[in-house]
Design a protein around this ligand. Sequence first.
Ligand SMILES: [Zn+2]
Length: 138
Amino acid sequence: MLVVDPLTEPQIRSSFVNCSKGEAARLGVPRDLADRPWDDLDYLGWRDPQAPARAYLVTVHDGVRRGIQLRAPGGTGARQQGMCSLCAAVRSGEVALLVAPRAGRAGRAGHTVGTYVCGDLACSLLVRDKLVSGGPRT
Ligand SMILES: [Zn+2]
């Protein structure tokens, strides 16, 4: 499995491939980076606490950090039963459709791609059996 090395806020902000530098500078980065379970993360994912329909995912691919901004269509962040496209877990009431603007010109023209994933972006902990109801297992 992939493991993401601990990331800093500047590394996170500079990793985004599908938003402008201005958007990347303004998005809400987690304040608890030092407390994240980095040894168990295939990607760093989080919901924007100020805008729950917005989500972000940062991982490392071929040695390059890549961040993706995501959003829930309709702005509700609604979750349902289904299978996560990332970790293949079947979860009741925890899977959400998240949509990402495509990178570059296509994204600026409004083209997106979407998939159903764990709405809490906790795939890494789930596949390691370290997720419990209410938060990460300690
Ligand atoms: Zn998942």
